[in-house]
Design a protein around this ligand. Structure first.
Ligand code: ATP
Ligand code: MG
Length: 606
């Protein structure tokens, strides 16, 4: 097959699975619900921004991270979903920073998020937005709601408000301030904006229904006084919108068609719709309005994904930083040697569902193996070396064996691997007393030195402590791989090796899972009675106690010399060991440092 006709590298993937989100998008496309239009606010509304120009996108999704941490594997699911669907249906996906909270955002997080989404292979073009871009409009919309008697200023304390809110089984009670006139509310709200009140003195609440069975509809707060500078709007505002009020408006202004979010927002959907309907009725927003669709968040075994916990791991020094290769962040996974393609494959394999479930970490590893198996060239490394001496091989002699760079891709060619009298082999490839089924080196047994000769083991040397320091053997000169008759001697074992004279010692980091149990901090997936959609927060016992003490082991290994030229982030399969990457931070040409991304086989599943 010529290059041009080859299927894209994702050809191993199953065809896109249908799901409730795709079904909804296809129905909307068929009915023509969303004609392409620009800005979703009324003409002349405040804060019309550059991205509002009409464009021909057929659907519009968004990825709305809050810049208060690094992105993790759960976010990758949401990113692949939002950007992936936009690509698939000829749409656009917006990148939007949810910076409604003035105190939380940090530039380091913004930068890391931009980098991670790009690394995953997605591009938002010019569609980069901030929630704070819309503060003017949000304020104007709040004044409109006041005028239309859909919002009022409440002056109860937070505690009093809580007391009146009711419970899941009892309705709430109305606030004594609920019937203020529109004029009075407007005056108070403007005074809030102008900094006339302290934080907590007044809040603006939507006027919906204190008896609603859905607590989110019991007059939720939509604006609060906050005397804090915002990293983008500075000191302009003394009032800030609540996230639940801001988010639907952001979606509507950007003309998002399908607003995909995780299940814990399901109970917010009635408010999302209530708010947008009121604003559209008042001519503040254009129809059709965005539709919120919930899907199950990713829960992954052997990791924690709560930002609070990730921050704690970093702050308390349990890991080396946000990009520690053991962290479930995208920065960590990248440094570990995981690939963006592997994440996209993972997102497709896990699909989307309406019910919470746990995904086995091994499934993610399998995706990485599948991708790396295709893309990574093979090299030789001896991780736990012991010397093998070929007694009948001349001391000064040297020859070149030819090793394929990829067994399934002959077009990638072969490379020379020097062979000599003294080699490094893996310590576990020799034993004096072989268990049943052991086919590697033991006295009297023959093995093939992969890409080289068949050798017969004659014994070993030990030091005073009885530790094996060298293994001895003789080779059969007629068995060189690739020469006629090379396989006339049949052997069951086939081991890798490196010429001791030519091999390069280098630091290799053997990473393993960060936690030693599938559900850190708890004994079962979800505690009894916990509702779907809730996070992993709320431990049964200390989750830090479940950290895997063997998650990082640093060794000095011997590498084949060609690995000394590895570029940072270049990935290889070390034969018989697994997939390794040249560390993007610490590895230098001629001084390589490798990280183990994933072993060749799963050693965790029983
Ligand atoms: P928090 O809101 O506590 O800061 P978060 O994990 O929701 O944490 P956001 O930055 O708000 O972080 O998330 C951005 C987007 O990623 C949201 O749309 C959110 O629903 C989605 N997301 C977050 N965690 C997961 C997950 N585990 N699986 C799927 N999507 C997720
Ligand atoms: Mg969130």
């Amino acid at each position: 097959m010529n290059e041009a006709r080859k299927p894209p590298s994702g050809a191993r993937r199953p065809p896109a699975q249908s799901n409730f989100i795709r079904t909804s998008i296809e129905a909307d496309l068929a009915s023509g619900k969303h004609a392409a239009r620009g800005w979703g606010g009324r003409p002349g509304a405040a804060a019309v921004h550059a991205g509002a120009a009409p464009d021909p996108a057929r659907i519009r999704t968004r990825f709305p991270p809050e810049p208060n941490g690094y992105l993790h594997i759960g976010h990758a699911k949401s990113i692949c979903l939002n950007f992936g669907l936009a690509l698939e249906y000829g749409g656009a996906c917006h990148m939007r920073f949810d910076d409604t909270n003035p105190e939380k955002e940090e530039q380091e997080y913004v930068d890391s998020i931009v980098e991670a989404v790009k690394w995953l292979g997605f591009d938002w073009g010019t569609r980069l937005y901030y929630a704070s871009d819309y503060f003017d409009f949000m304020y104007e919309a709040a004044e409109y709601l006041i005028g239309a008697k859909h919002a009022y200023v409440d002056s109860l304390s937070a505690e009093q408000m809580r007391a009146l809110r009711g419970t899941l089984t009892e309705p709430g009670k109305v606030s004594p301030y609920r019937d203020r006139t529109a004029d009075e509310n407007l005056k108070l709200f403007r005074q809030m904006r102008d900094g006339k009140f302290a934080e907590g003195e007044h809040v603006l609440r939507a006027k919906i229904d204190m008896a609603s069975p859905n607590i989110n509809l019991r007059d939720p707060a939509i604006y609060r006084v906050r005397k804090a500078a915002h990293h983008r709007t500075g000191d302009k505002w003394c009032v800030y919108p609540m996230y639940t009020y801001a988010h639907p408006i952001e979606d509507a202004l950007e003309r998002i068609t399908h607003s995909l979010c995780t299940l814990e927002f399901e109970d917010q959907r009635p408010f999302y719709d209530w708010l947008l309907e009121r604003l559209a009725d008042g001519g503040m927003l254009a129809r059709p309005l965005p539709q919120q669709i919930e899907f199950a968040r990713l829960n992954l075994t052997y990791v924690v994904l709560s930002k609070r916990k990730l921050i704690q791991l970093v702050a308390e020094g349990h890991v080396g930083g946000w990009d520690d290769p053991r962290m479930p962040t995208l920065a960590g996974a990248r440094r570990r040697g995981y690939t963006a393609e592997g994440f996209r494959l993972f997102a497709e394999r896990i699909g989307v569902a309406k019910a919470d479930s746990w995904i086995e970490y091994s499934m993610l590893e399998e995706c990485m193996r599948d991708v790396l198996n295709e893309s990574a060239q093979r090299r030789i490394a001896v991780l736990d070396p012991v010397r093998l001496v070929i007694d009948n091989y001349p001391a000064q002699r040297e020859e070149e064996c030819r090793a394929p760079n990829h067994p399934q891709k002959p077009e990638l060619g072969r490379r020379a691997v020097p062979f000599a009298r003294e080699l490094w082999i893996e310590r576990e490839d020799f034993t004096e007393s072989p268990p049943k089924g052991y086919f590697r080196l033991f006295p009297g047994n023959k093995v093939r030195l992969r890409y080289g000769y068949v050798v017969e083991c004659t014994g070993c040397e030990k030091n005073a402590q009885g530790h094996v320091i060298a293994v001895h053997c003789n080779y059969d000169p007629d068995t060189r791989s690739g020469t006629p008759g090379a396989d006339k001697v049949k052997v069951k074992g086939n081991i890798h090796w490196l010429s001791a004279r030519h091999a390069h010692p280098a630091e290799v980091r053997l990473y393993d899972r960060l936690f030693k149990v599938p559900y850190p901090g708890r004994s079962s997936p979800l505690p009894a009675g916990e509702r779907p959609g809730v996070r992993e927060d709320g431990d049964e016992h200390s989750w830090l106690g479940d950290l895997n003490p063997d998650s990082k082991r640093i060794i000095t290994a011997y590498l084949e010399s060609s690995l000394c030229d590895a570029a940072p982030e270049e990935r290889f399969q070390f034969e018989r060991h697994g997939y390794f990457v040249a560390d993007r931070v610490d590895s230098k040409r001629r001084a390589p440092v490798f990280n183990r991304a994933v072993t060749l086989r799963d050693s965790w599943t029983k």
